[in-house]
Design a binder for this molecule. Structure first.
Ligand code: TPP
Ligand code: MG
Length: 570
């Protein structure tokens, strides 16, 4: 096996080189005093031409991790992130949780306060080095990440980096956390040698058990009204074709509940929208496919006779403390490999005569649903404030087929469907707000030739540090279109209050507390202040041309753009 030797002055240099050799293209960073050896190593690499990951500055940790998330979700590759010791880690926790719950692989790293008070290179030399140290810095993220460790010396560098990347990228994928003390980064590493290619690789995705697949096929084949509910099957774009093929061959309708990825093309004849509620009573078998919450039991659940199969790389969602959905069969497997096997097994078990009658029924349901959506669009088209359904429909008309949509809450997918795998990304089920803008920048970094549109609520946008966001878009040359659906409120808080207390004090008052966001800044001017194009839109009839102008700014002038769309909720 090939070994490579590298003359380096420090562990920091060896670390950056090794990351590049292992395929890490970017290091998203928010720096501090702990970074000195890395800053030095990056500068030296720039002078010598040594390949290292590209450093991408982000002026808030939530942004750095969300950009990394966006990059990973589009490329499937693992990014590195580095933040400043304990305090930077604290700022990154929310975004790390988003990544963890959405199985996004990420090498999340942070410096450590220098361990020594004097004597060693890198020892404490600033007053903060005492107060910033924690007994257990990684404890802040230990529940979130798959693995954590501290690099204790240069000798273990290769093992630690390889193990971190292998764990992050093995199914179910997710972030890992590595702390890097300053003295260790600064220490010399004479005779640094490493395997190339690496010899501590990721595990293969779980293949389904044949007997379990056969049993799943028997259950689906015996059903008159089978249903598939998914949120993330399309995380692996290869699974989209497999799901489309299975649904089409056996006329099984598919609902994408709170989708995080496009799992089935919007124009697929078995596409039954985004809410399974209307179909749960009739369903006699349900395949819950990469979906943590297929329905909300307190509102509506399938009948007791309905057989339920879960298929996922981790069908029990073992990191969720409580999740009690009925499960008659749990199949462990990655959809891209499991679905073709399931289709083959279904072919053996299913009575072909049943399929065509069902196909007619599913087509009728899909047609009725699409007609309903169309009617909604017509009804709301002229409303002022602009209705989010109309805003979504306008985006659908304006966007090219291969545009990437990054949606934090507000886009109504039934009015803005996509057909291409890898063209739609919704927020993590952890729903830590402030993800969408940064994720869109990461997506643009990953796919510079594609249009990226972020649809954000006014609340979500504020959580995402708009000034830091627009600065990053400008400094990294990432022309993204941000559409802010601005209803001047945390509508979700209003909906939650009205659902629990429909006749309560809050709903009867003109201005319930903690819901309205008065005196919001002119978001379009914040974008303009960073060199972008910005426009406020109040007239529904003016939205299509405003979108045209904004898209021109993004695609022709290569500037970021923001439309501040004055909206009302669904
Ligand atoms: C970090 C974080 N803080 C608070 C919340 C609670 N929360 C969920 S939705 C929401 C409001 C979102 O507002 P906006 O983006 O304007 O969308 P709207 O509900 O108005 O459509 C809030 C505050 C959260 N999900 N994440
Ligand atoms: Mg809002």
């Amino acid at each position: 096996m090939a070994r490579k030797e590298l003359a380096v002055d420090s562990v920091a240099e060896a670390y950056l080189t090794l990351l590049a050799e292992r395929g890490v293209e970017y290091l998203f960073a928010n720096a501090g005093t702990d970074f000195a050896p890395l800053v030095e190593a990056f500068a030296k690499a720039a002078r010598t031409g040594t390949p290292v990951p590209r450093p991408v500055i982000a002026t808030h940790e939530n942004l750095a991790l969300s950009m990394a998330h966006g990059y990973a979700m589009v490329t499937g590759r693992v990014p590195a992130v580095m933040v400043h010791v304990s305090v930077g880690t604290a700022n990154g926790v929310c975004a790390a949780f988003n990544a963890a719950r959405e199985n996004v692989p990420m090498l999340f790293t942070a410096g450590r306060s220098p361990l020594t008070e004097e004597g060693m290179a890198g020892a404490r030399d600033v007053y903060i080095h005492w107060a910033q140290e924690m007994f257990d810095q990684a404890g802040m993220v230990r529940e979130i990440v798959k693995w954590d460790y501290e690099l204790r010396n240069g000798q273990q560098l290769e093992t630690v980096v390889d193990r971190a990347l292998a764990v992050a990228t093995s199914a179910p994928q997710g972030p890992v956390y590595l702390s890097l003390p300053r003295e260790v980064l600064a220490s010399p590493l004479p005779g640094f040698a490493y395997d190339m290619p690496g010899r501590r690789v990721a595990a293969s995705p779980p293949g389904p058990d044949k007997a379990a697949i056969d049993e799943a096929a028997r259950i689906l084949a015996a059903a008159e009204n089978p249903l598939i509910i998914t949120a993330s099957a399309g995380r692996d774009p290869a699974a989209v074709a497999a799901l489309g093929d299975l649904a089409q061959r056996f006329a099984i309708p598919v609902v994408q509940h709170r989708p995080r990825h496009l799992s089935l093309a919007a124009d697929h004849p078995c596409h039954l929208g985004y809410d399974a509620t209307p179909y749960l009573d009739d369903a006699d078998a349900i395949l819950v496919l990469e979906c943590d919450v297929p329905w909300v039991p307190s509102l509506k659940a399938p009948g007791p006779q309905c057989k339920i199969v879960h298929l996922d790389v981790d069908p029990l969602f073992s990191r969720y403390p409580i999740r009690g959905f009925a499960c008659d069969l749990a199949v462990t497997g990655a959809p891209a490999t499991a679905l073709p096997e399931l289709a083959a097994a279904l072919d053996r078990h299913i009575a072909k005569s049943a399929i065509e009658a069902r196909r007619q029924r599913v087509a009728g349901l899909a047609e009725a649903q699409r007609a309903g959506w169309q009617k909604t669009r017509e009804t709301v088209a002229g409303l002022r404030p602009i209705h989010m359904a109309w805003a979504s429909a306008c985006i659908a008309r304006a966007k090219p087929e291969d545009a990437i949509l990054v949606n934090e809450y507000t886009l109504m997918t039934e009015h803005c469907g996509s057909n291409l795998p890898g063209s739609y990304f919704g927020s993590s089920p952890a729903s830590g707000l402030g993800w969408g803008g940064g994720a869109a920048l990461g997506a643009k970094l990953a796919a510079p030739d594609r249009l990226v549109i972020a649809t954000l609520g006014d609340g979500s946008h504020l959580f995402g540090n708009p000034v830091a966001l627009h600065h990053a878009a400008a400094v990294h040359d990432l022309p993204v279109l941000f559409v802010i659906m601005n209803n001047s409120m945390w509508g979700a808080v209003r909906r939650a209050t009205s659902a629990m207390y429909p006749q309560g004090e809050a709903m009867r008052s003109n201005k319930p507390p903690l819901i309205d966001l008065d005196e919001l800044p002119a978001f379009e001017q914040v974008c303009a202040a960073a060199g972008g194009y910005g426009e406020r839109v109040e007239d529904p009839a003016a939205l299509p041309v405003a979108l045209e102008r904004a898209l021109h700014a993004v695609t022709v002038n290569k500037r970021q753009a923001l439309l501040n769309v004055v909206c009302r909720g669904p």
